[in-house]
Design a protein around this ligand. Structure first.
Ligand SMILES: *[C@@H]1O[C@H](CO)[C@@H](O)[C@H](O)[C@H]1NC(C)=O
Ligand SMILES: *[C@@H]1O[C@H](CO)[C@@H](O)[C@H](O)[C@H]1NC(C)=O
Ligand SMILES: *[C@@H]1O[C@H](CO)[C@@H](O)[C@H](O)[C@H]1NC(C)=O
Length: 400
C-alpha cells in the first residue's frame, strides 16, 4: 500500500468523522478550515468550559478578532462609552408589572480575568456545520435566504427623523423549528443606507442550530455594511465587534423561558451610538454593556440610524415547506401570556438631549409578509408597560 492509498484512507476516515452532514471534507477544504480557525481563535490566558460543554477562551482585549479589521489596526479600545444616554438604566415608561426579568447565563467561575474577554472557541464542527447548511447565494456567516419571513414594526421612513439608539424589553421564548437548517429570531435593528449599501446592526435572541449547534434561546448580534451581501457576520465570526465585558459572552443563553399561559420573562436589549465623533455603537443587555461596533467599520451608520425595526424573522432554505414558529408560536390576537411581546419601546432621537424617550403615537408601522403564518399587532399600552406590541405566529405552510 502506497502513501497515497494511506492518505486516501485517512481522508476517508476524516470524512466519516466530519461528514455527518452528508458532505465529505477534502484535504484542501480541511486546510482552509484550519486557516479560518486560526484567524477566529486567538491565543488565550485561560479557558472556561460551561456546563453544556461550550468552551470560552479568555482573550486579551487587544488580541480579539475585532482588531483584525483593516480599519481597526490602530484602534484604541474604549472600556465605556464617552457618554451614556439618559434613560439607559431607568425606563421612563416605568417598570413592567407583567414581564419578569430573564437571566443571562453566567460563565463558570465568574467570567474572565480583568483585561481579557470571553470568546466562544470556534470548533471545526462549528465551521463545517455552518458551511454545509448555509443557504445558497448568501454570505456564509450572516443571513439571508429567499425563505425569510418577517413580522415587525418600524419607524416610518417618510419622516426626516434620525436616531442614535433604541431599546426594548423582549419576552424570552423558545420557538420550535421544523428543520435544523432553519432559525427563528427576535431583534431590534438599527440601520441606515440604500438596500445594497445598507449599514445595519441587529441585536436580540435567536434559536439557530446552524450557528450554535443547539436549539437553545441564545443572545445574538449581527452587522453588515452592504445589506448582508458580503460584509459583516453574526457575533464575532469576523472582525468588527469589540467585546469589553469580561463575563457576558455574545452567545449566552437566556433563562428562564416564558411558558404558554404562565409566567412571562424578558430581557432588555439596548443599542446606541455614542454622542461623539467616534460613531461607535454600543450593545447592552439588562443594562450591562457588552461591547461596541466602532464607527470606523461603517459607511453610513457611523453618522446615525435612519430606521429602527423591532420584531421577528424566520429563515428557511428553499425547499423546506414548513416554516418554523416565531416568538411564542402564537398569534398576537391571543394576547398577554400567550403571544410574544416587545414592551417599553424607546428610541434616542438625534438632538441635544441625547436621551431615550418613549415611542410617539403612530410613530411606527407594523408589517408582516405572511399574515397567514405570522402577525404583528399595533403599539398598545399594556398597563404600566407602555408602548408594547405582540408579534409572532405558528409558521407552517406559508408559501414563498
Ligand atoms: C432542533 O429541533 C429540531 C426540531 O424539533 C430537531 O429536529 C433537531 O434535532 C434539534 N436540533 C438540535 C441540535 O437539538
Ligand atoms: C452631545 O454632543 C454634542 C456635540 O459634541 C454636545 O454639544 C452635547 O452637549 C452632547 N449632549 C449630551 C446630552 O451629551
Ligand atoms: C421587517 O419586515 C419587512 C416586511 O416584511 C421586511 O421587508 C424587513 O426586512 C423586516 N426588517 C427586519 C430588520 O427584519
Amino acid at each position: 500500500m502506497g502513501l497515497i492509498d494511506i492518505a486516501i484512507i485517512l481522508l476517508f476516515v476524516s470524512a466519516i468523522k466530519h461528514g455527518g452532514e452528508g458532505r465529505s471534507i477534502y484535504r484542501e477544504e480541511d486546510f482552509e478550515l484550519e486557516q479560518q480557525l486560526n484567524l477566529l481563535n486567538k491565543p488565550y490566558i485561560k479557558s472556561i468550559q460551561n456546563k453544556d460543554g461550550r468552551i470560552y477562551d479568555c482573550v486579551h482585549l487587544y488580541k480579539q478578532t475585532a482588531l483584525d479589521h483593516p480599519n481597526l489596526l490602530h484602534h484604541k479600545i474604549q472600556m465605556r462609552p464617552t457618554s451614556l444616554p439618559k434613560g439607559l438604566t431607568t425606563s421612563s415608561s416605568g417598570g413592567s408589572s407583567h414581564v419578569k426579568p430573564s437571566e443571562i447565563e453566567q460563565l463558570e467561575g465568574g467570567g474572565c480575568p480583568i483585561g481579557t474577554v470571553p470568546i466562544k472557541r470556534v470548533t471545526k464542527e462549528d465551521l463545517i456545520r455552518i458551511r454545509t447548511r448555509s443557504f445558497s447565494n448568501v454570505h456564509l456567516h450572516t443571513v439571508g435566504s429567499p425563505g425569510a419571513h418577517y413580522a415587525n414594526t418600524s419607524t416610518k421612513t417618510s419622516g426626516d427623523f434620525v436616531y442614535f439608539g433604541a431599546q426594548a424589553v423582549i419576552v424570552t421564548n423558545n420557538p420550535t423549528l421544523c428543520a435544523d437548517t432553519q432559525s427563528s429570531e427576535t431583534m431590534i435593528s438599527v440601520s441606515n443606507g440604500v438596500p445594497n449599501e445598507l449599514n445595519s446592526i441587529d441585536v436580540g435572541w435567536t434559536v439557530n442550530p446552524t450557528l450554535y449547534g443547539d436549539n437553545k434561546t441564545r443572545l445574538y448580534t449581527r452587522w453588515t455594511i452592504d445589506g448582508y451581501r458580503n460584509t459583516g457576520c453574526y457575533n464575532m465570526m469576523c472582525p468588527g465587534f469589540v467585546q469589553t465585558s469580561s463575563n457576558i459572552a455574545l452567545d449566552t443563553t437566556l433563562w428562564p423561558i416564558s411558558t404558554y399561559n404562565g409566567h412571562q420573562f424578558g430581557s432588555k436589549f439596548s443599542v446606541f451610538r455614542e454622542n461623539s465623533s467616534t460613531g461607535n455603537w454600543w450593545f447592552a443587555i439588562n443594562d450591562n454593556l457588552v461591547g461596541y461596533w466602532p464607527g470606523s467599520i461603517f459607511t453610513s451608520l457611523n453618522g446615525f440610524a435612519s430606521t429602527i425595526v423591532w420584531g421577528g424573522a424566520t429563515r428557511s432554505p428553499v425547499g423546506v415547506l414548513y416554516k418554523p414558529e416565531m416568538g411564542s408560536g402564537h398569534f398576537p390576537s391571543e394576547g398577554f401570556g400567550k403571544a410574544s411581546l416587545f414592551e417599553q419601546l424607546q428610541l434616542i432621537p438625534v438632538d441635544e438631549k441625547y436621551e431615550f424617550r418613549d415611542l410617539g403615537i403612530q410613530e411606527t408601522e407594523p408589517v408582516t409578509d405572511k399574515p397567514n403564518c405570522y402577525g404583528v399587532g399595533d403599539i398598545t399600552e399594556l398597563g404600566p408597560a407602555k408602548y408594547s406590541f405582540y408579534f409572532g405566529g405558528p409558521g407552517g405552510i406559508c408559501g414563498y
